[in-house]
Design a protein around this ligand. Sequence first.
Ligand code: GLY
Ligand code: MN
Ligand code: MN
Length: 448
Amino acid sequence: MGMVSTRRWTAVLALAAATVACMGQALTKQPASVYHARRVALAGELKGGVAILFAAAEPVLDFMPYRQDEDFYYLTGWNEPGAALLVEGANGTERGYREILFLPTRNLRAETYTGPKLDADSPGVTAATGVDAVEPMTALATDLNHMIDADRKLAFNLWTQPASAQARAVIGFTAATLGEDQSPTAHDVTTLTMPLREVKDAGEVDLIEKATAASIAAQRAMFRVVKPGVTERAVAGEMTAVWMEQGCERQAYAPIVGSGINSTTLHYSANSRTIEDGDVVVVDAACEFSMYASDITRTVPANGHFTARQREIYDIVLGAQQAAMDAFVAGKSTINDYYRKDPNSLDTAAYNYVNTHGKDLHGQPLGKYWLHGLGHMVGIDVHDPANYPAVLKPGMVFTIEPGVYIPEEKIGVRIECDFLVGADGKLIDLDAALPHTAEDVEAAMRGK
Ligand code: GLY
Ligand code: MN
Ligand code: MN
């Protein structure tokens, strides 16, 4: 190898190393073997078919940070745009299991804006990605064409993300090259990844716990900051600073700091009001650590003391959460039974508690002020996918978040905690370290 060529290779290696190091700093990854096992598990569901998943595209607007497609990330841990993953199922064919990561051609001009990337020719790229084979993106259409040409049935056993424009493009191109009467169709691959994503492995639980620890720290900061005269947005800002200090890359959803009447709007996120004396403030705000979310709500009195009526409503909501926890049986209880048709749902247990405790100003039960499902799965998405109402099993992480919202009284109360179903079937409250009761919330606001 001559001098020029040696220098070029040294530069490429340095770039690859810098890229990997940079990605390593950005996100905590699970071992490559974990993502590989997930791809093999997906292949086991394909019945000889082929799954093609595309990475998220880079956002067009400069102020929007990049976030990887969730299913793509779950299967690869790869956090760069423009890639595609092909997984070929082992069952039902003689071809056997195969996986290929397709990486786009590097765009050196774009890289001056967004930083260096790896492509299929970068030294060490296979090890860096952890995928058996890495090819240039230009090979995807050719590979797919050859695969379908060799087995025309495959055209009807393709799986991809339903909303992916790239999938439509490559499948349309393949159809055009193979002839109209062999037009490939694609099934929704998220119906196969969803059951895999529902049960979290130990590494995922660890990441959710990191997101939760940072979210707890931010909620503690919130207890110190909320007072009359402070804007809702300033509270969100203080919490955001804590998330970033704790190594989280972003909020898990738009932070909700709803004071006074805003406490009764479920997903209020304008955060544009100034908090007033006598308000309750619903603070539903949490962050994401290495792509995994937390989801926590606490409701606090603006001046540090709940009124008797606010306290009564608070205690009913807390009682509803406890009723759901008491009713929990792993493998039997369900969550997110919006219409409360399932007698085994935790929604039913919590709703019944609310509807049999307390009254509104007109002497009516409070059930009608309950406006949403009791909870949902949490994972790479704060609202992780599941078939609701979902039976709760060991390894699942979900919220229990009862709420009562009475606009007439300008009182909204939501208490939201994240729970892991342990291997023994018992519930583990992931934000147990954060105050739950009205007394403990008031004490925290006094700095206790
Ligand atoms: N933070 C949104 C939710 O609780 O579902
Ligand atoms: Mn939630
Ligand atoms: Mn929430």
